[in-house]
Design a protein around this ligand. Structure first.
Ligand code: MSP
Length: 662
């Protein structure tokens, strides 16, 4: 561990505000958050920056379409992004908006330094420009289409300030050579080196054709090119011109998608070299999550949204899946089927099951107190060794951004523990002193293993591993502040009173779970109802149209509320649905007609006990199919506790069937 607190500065890209995040954006932010948690547990003083890229012609157009000023449009969008990250537990230390005054100042300062050092000159530029990617295109696809996004290019002529990028070919190549780890992974490094070896053209860094941008002081109507603007956000977040005071710059790692690596590994270091500022230590480019073998975009209709997944399976499940499924740096396919399969096998049956079995056995046999282990047998030592060895391996994997491998190593230990329990069978041991002592050894060993794997998995699974540590150490232990460097086998103190067991990953029925996630995603992308609680993000993807609903205020007017028609209904029949263990098929009298409604309450309510019960029903919801069964309406229930146990809303007085709820 670092003797004195060493700093570690991580950034995500500064996301465009003309759409809402899909899991592609969420992926980068999850990796940054994982790294942030990991580095903290390794004793670093960590800062993570994210933010919103709010200038450019896309925003200008989107605001116009929404019929609001740009400043209001971006303020709403930035708020919606921030809220989503907060809701997902991905809160960064710095959230920089490129319309922040401190950022504006930093961009103007960087430009001044580049100019003073002789790397900026005025000229004219005519070129084909992609307004979606905010980049001039030198080699368009036939039909003047953008080679990256296939959309039509526009011809633009303007007076620009140019940056002498051509002067940095050699300095950049020398830099890549001197710092071979600067560009990761290796394949990207090779790509960039050959690109730079091919020669660098000067780059126009101001625009006169765009209004919505940071003004070049004294040179209006020049505004800065969005990439000169956006890249500087990494620096403005940690002090801008006063970066030395904060002590965080240079960044230790910029996390980016492979599509924006050139901006980060060619332009950005060149700007900084020109300004004679310190260069970032590393740029790590991850691959894309593909849906149906294509990059996600709203226009293709193949986006996957984070919120529905998190609502159904929890944030830890999404984090685990994204980091476990695909080797960091490579592309991967996203499928709901694979997501739920992994959830059930690795989380519900793996970690979740090990934790609940261990907790139950400790409760039953040792009154919820960690026992003192007795004599050890070779198989106990073997398991201890496996867990102890995993510590070193996992830390090494994290250090190399090999998240999938780190998780694989942790799950190998979980599998070993499952096997150990199956072989040792503590439940079959009797009450005699020798058997009790053997039981104590087995259960202490399992609990200690659980403690170790939880600490190791914590950066990826913060919520569930926090619950496991709270179980094993009472409430006193803060897992996220536990130094990983001090983690050793044998630290679980006998006599520790267990905390309350909190359910971790309840098993889900795959088809039903996928259907529910898809239904929620569908509702979020194409709302049929006005939003009744949090504002529903409506768009995703870079080229999406603005999302006024996404940025809608959290409170709704009465006119919105009255659109939801709720009535008193009485359940007439209730039956289980074959193959869907959570759903009940109900028929409900709503006064004017009898409706068929499916409700996800089968695990908590016996069908017979529901007959005759009066419930609150949303009656004007568009009908939909759940597990192939039509559901025409929705029964209102409270969602209680971490498992979301449904409790039907009811009435304390007798109410007439069909009465409207207001
Ligand atoms: N605003 C610029 C970044 C400026 S940074 C100084 C931008 N924004 S973005 O919102 O379009 O994209 C941000 C990141 O999301 C990129 O790193 C991009 O690769 C990532 N992703 C967008 N779609 C993705 C997938 N389908 N899969 C994984 N990540 C992808 O670019």
């Amino acid at each position: 561990m670092a003797e004195k607190k060493e700093k570690f500065y991580i950034t995500t890209p500064i996301y465009y505000t003309n759409g809402m995040p899909h899991i592609g954006h969420t992926y980068t932010t999850i990796v940054a958050d994982t790294l942030r948690r990991y580095k903290k547990m390794r004793g670093y003083d960590v800062v993570m920056t994210t933010g919103t890229d709010e200038h450019g012609v896309n925003v200008e157009r989107a605001a116009k379409k929404a019929d609001i000023p740009e400043s209001e449009f971006v303020a709403r969008m930035a708020e919606a992004w921030k809220k989503l990250w907060d809701d997902l537990g991905l809160t960064a230390d710095e959230f920089v908006r490129t319309t922040d005054l401190k950022h504006v100042r930093a961009v103007q300062w960087l430009f001044k330094l580049c100019k003073e050092n002789g790397y900026v000159y005025k000229g004219h530029y005519t070129g084909l420009y992609c307004i979606y990617d905010n980049a001039y295109v030198s080699e368009p696809k036939p039909g003047n289409l953008c080679p990256d996004c296939d959309r039509p290019l526009e011809t633009v002529t303007e007076e620009n300030y140019f940056f002498k990028l051509s002067a940095f070919q050699k300095p950049l190549l020398d830099f890549y050579k001197k710092f071979p780890d600067f560009i990761q992974p290796e394949t990207r490094r090779n790509e960039i080196i050959s690109f730079v070896e091919g020669g660098l053209k000067d780059l126009s860094i101001t625009r006169t054709t765009i209004r919505w941008g940071i003004p070049v002081p004294g040179e209006e109507p020049h505004v800065f090119y969005v990439w000169f603007d956006a890249l500087t956000a990494y620096l403005s977040a940690v002090g801008g011109p006063d970066y030395e005071k904060r002590g965080m710059w240079p960044a230790d790692v910029h996390l980016v998608g492979k599509d924006i690596i050139r901006f980060h590994t060619v332009y950005w270091p060149a700007f900084l070299m020109a300004a004679m500022l310190p260069l970032p230590k590393q740029v790590w480019a991850h691959g894309w999550f593909l849906m149906d073998a294509a990059k996600m975009s709203k226009s293709k209709g193949n986006v996957v949204l984070p919120r529905p997944i998190v609502n159904m399976l929890g944030m830890d499940a999404l984090r685990y899946f994204l980091l476990r499924e695909v080797v960091f740096g490579q592309d991967g396919n996203f499928s709901y089927d694979a997501l739920v399969t992994r959830y059930n096998s690795d989380l519900a049956n793996g970690l979740g099951n090990l934790a609940s079995r261990t907790a139950a056995m400790l409760e039953k046999n040792f009154a919820g107190v960690v026992p003192k282990p007795g004599a050890r047998l070779p198989q106990d030592d073997a398991l201890a060794k496996e867990a102890q060895n995993a510590i070193g391996e996992v830390l090494e994997r994290y250090d190399r951004f090999e998240f999938a491998r780190a998780l694989e190593a942790i799950w190998a230990v979980i599998a070993a523990a499952d096997k150990y329990l199956t072989t040792e069978q503590p439940w079959a041991l009797g009450e005699g002193p020798d058997e009790q002592s053997r039981k104590a050894t087995i259960l202490w060993t399992t609990a200690e293993l659980l403690r170790i794997v939880s600490a190791l998995a914590h950066p990826v699974l913060p919520e569930s591993t926090g619950k496991i540590w709270a179980l094993l150490g009472g409430q006193a232990v803060n897992i996220s502040a536990t130094p990983l460097d001090g983690l050793r086998w044998g630290q679980l103190a006998p006599g520790t009173k267990l905390g309350r067991f909190q359910a971790l990953f309840p098993r889900v029925e795959k088809t039903e779970a996928v259907e529910r996630i898809e239904a929620m995603a569908n509702e979020e992308l194409n709302p049929t109802q006005p939003p009744v609680a949090a504002p529903a993000p409506t768009t995703a993807g870079a080229a999406a149209t603005p999302a006024p609903a996404a940025a809608a205020p959290e409170k709704i007017g009465i006119e919105d509320f009255t659109k939801v028609e709720m009535r008193v209904g009485q359940i007439k029949t209730a039956e289980r649905i074959v193959g869907a263990d959570k759903l009940l098929k109900l028929t409900v009298d709503i006064g004017t007609e009898i409706r068929q409604i499916c409700a996800g309450i089968a695990q908590y309510y016996e069908p017979e006990a529901l007959i005759g019960r009066k419930v609150a029903v949303v009656v004007n919801l568009a009908p939909r199919k759940l597990r192939g069964v039509e559901s025409n309406g929705m029964i209102i229930a409270a969602s209680v506790g971490p498992e979301g146990r449904p409790v039907l809303a009811g009435f304390h007085e007798d109410v007439e069937v069909g009465s409207r709820l207001k």
